[in-house]
Design a protein around this ligand. Structure first.
Ligand code: G3I
Length: 377
């Protein structure tokens, strides 16, 4: 009897400790009664994630379980980019993109195509194109073939990606050099023809910043004046834990929406690590790889930083909720911290913590804070 009482009381003690621990642990299992991001925000906006090839092929069991549970929109992190989907002038590789679209259909998700016209991650043959006519032919073939193949299947295309400089002028890309600034209108027109029922977005980073935002607005107005269809603007949302531009973000939502466009946050993540340009006088080209100063949390994020990150996400989502009528989608750039591109950029081999799920696919404090807002609505 004594033995039974002893084991019952030790079980109770363990239970109390576990409960207390989980209450302050910044990374804990989702309890069976806490709902998901997609459920929590189902009346406000879509909640998306970017998928890499392994996740599209469902080779990662944790991601295969978590993604459909939490998200109702997907973006391919890399596999629809030119270098992969259109590696040679007359050769396309739709293996992974077909699987991606099938994945989205299977899980009844909103499927984003990323991206049709971007100066980066172009196939090597594109930089060898000499004449304007050939480049225009490339653009026409590319959009007709890729957007055409997924017409009626992809819900939204990032038609043109990152066409602007920080000062709002047009980036001096191969497209601008050879086709002039009209290439943007041409790209949207081609996409509108190839995928008539798909939403067409302009997507860029830092366009919440006043100068770049003004450039984006001017570009969009020009498209609209010429009668070219554009349905939305994607604010990528690659931000930093120190200095989240909340006021600019809110102003951008209001100003882009005033153009009659849908607004989405398309690549959301928040870096917690120092970057070369944060260091006064730092040479951005300096090699910081292996520097403990630039990679301060290789073993785990301290609670103080978890709390700070959670506050950033909470502040952001408060704005998103406030402007829910203008926002179509919030997409995180990756499923969990381990997958994030920010572990490898701008310095290779670091340990970053920019998302809502940790390396073990467990929700972080930031997830809890965001979910808590769904109770207060
Ligand atoms: O697939 C190759 C692999 O075969 C090769 O061995 C390896 C060697 O470096 O590279 C692999 O390719 C990498 C690719 O990601 C797939 O993992 C590239 O090096 C790497 O540069 C590439 O980075 C991607 C980056 O775009 C390229 O610009 C990131 O994963 C991706 O998250 C990032 O996404 C962009 C958005 O599309 C547009 N907005 C900015 C955002 C962040 O940069």
């Amino acid at each position: 009897m004594k033995k039974i009482l002893l084991s019952i009381s030790s079980a109770v003690v363990i239970l109390i400790i576990q409960t207390l621990y989980s209450g302050c642990n910044p990374s804990k299992n989702i309890s069976s009664n806490s709902t998901s991001l997609k459920e929590g925000f189902k009346n406000e906006f879509l909640i998306g994630t970017a998928l890499n090839a392994t996740q599209i092929e469902e080779k990662e069991p944790n991601a295969a379980a978590l993604v459909p549970q939490q998200f109702n929109a997907i973006t391919p992190e890399n596999i629809m980019k030119c270098e992969i989907i259109h590696p040679d002038w007359d050769r396309y590789d739709f293996d992974l993109s077909d699987k991606y679209v099938e994945y989205g259909k299977k899980h009844k998700m909103f499927i984003v195509g990323h991206t049709l016209i971007w100066h980066s991650q172009l196939a090597p043959f594109v930089s060898k194109i000499k004449s304007s006519d050939s480049l225009l032919m490339f653009m026409t073939n590319h959009i007709n073939t890729v957007a055409g193949r997924y017409a009626g299947k992809v819900d939204s295309w990032d038609v043109v990606n990152e066409a602007l400089n920080e000062d709002g002028t047009l980036r001096n890309s191969v497209f601008l050099q050879k086709l002039g600034d009209d290439y943007i209108r041409k790209a949207f027109e081609l996409a509108a023809k190839a995928a008539p029922n798909t939403e067409l977005y302009y997507n860029d980073y830092n366009i919440e910043q006043p100068k770049k935002r003004a450039g984006a607005i001017a570009m969009i107005k020009k498209l609209q004046t010429s009668g070219t269809r554009i349905d939305g603007v994607g604010i990528q949302g690659h931000w930093r834990i120190n200095g989240l531009p909340l006021e600019d973000i809110e102003n951008s939502i209001i100003e882009f929406s005033a153009l009659g466009l849908k607004v989405s946050f398309t690549e959301l993540d928040i870096t917690v690590l120092p970057n070369p340009w944060d260091l006064k006088g730092a040479d951005v080209n300096q090699n910081f790889e292996g520097s403990p100063y630039m990679n301060p949390y290789p073993q785990g994020l301290p609670d103080s930083m978890q709390i700070k990150l959670a506050k950033c996400y909470e502040d952001l989502f408060k704005i998103f909720i406030k402007h829910q009528d203008k926002i179509e989608r919030i997409t995180f750039w990756g499923v969990n911290d381990g997958q994030s591109w920010l572990n490898g950029w701008p310095i290779k081999n670091r340990t970053n913590y920019p998302l809502l799920f940790d390396r073990n696919f467990k929700p972080k404090l930031a997830f809890e804070k965001v979910m808590a807002l769904t109770q207060k609505k």
